[in-house]
Design a protein around this ligand. Sequence first.
Ligand SMILES: [Zn+2]
Ligand SMILES: [Zn+2]
Length: 174
Amino acid sequence: MDFKKKITEISKKVGDVATDTYNTVADKSGKMIEDTKLKMSISNNKEKIDDIYRGIGRTIYEQYKDGEDVGKVFTKESKKIEKLFNEIEDMNNRILLNKGLRKCETCGEIIAKEAVFCSNCGKKQKPIKVKEEKKANSKDSKEETVKEIVCPQCGTIEKVNANFCSKCGYDFKK
Ligand SMILES: [Zn+2]
Ligand SMILES: [Zn+2]
């Protein structure tokens, strides 16, 4: 399955999941605001990807005229697209997590965030890493730091430097 098709499918799944596991009203509205923001960023990224797709021919020609290595230009543009796709994937994962769900890294099945094993492929799940975007100095470059991790055994959210889950004792370092 190609990358774009995969992302579209995941986005569809995220939209389809009707069950939510929000605990309190405040929790729910906070998460809904976050979800809305994430969904907006996802469509922003999709527009940026389409712009690069559309402009790539002209960009390559212009750089060729300037005597640049077109292969390098093409790779640079493709990497921009890849980065935007990866950001979409991260944001979709964040939306899933807000619904109490996660995606199996091996087969892509949507499972409960507490699931120890994937119900589809049986793969043991790794702790979820919750990323936070920090604005770096320059306008375009965004620095990403992992802020929290989610215990794969019980779903408890811990600080990223935690060694063990405070609820079930899961060993994050193993
Ligand atoms: Zn799986
Ligand atoms: Zn735990």
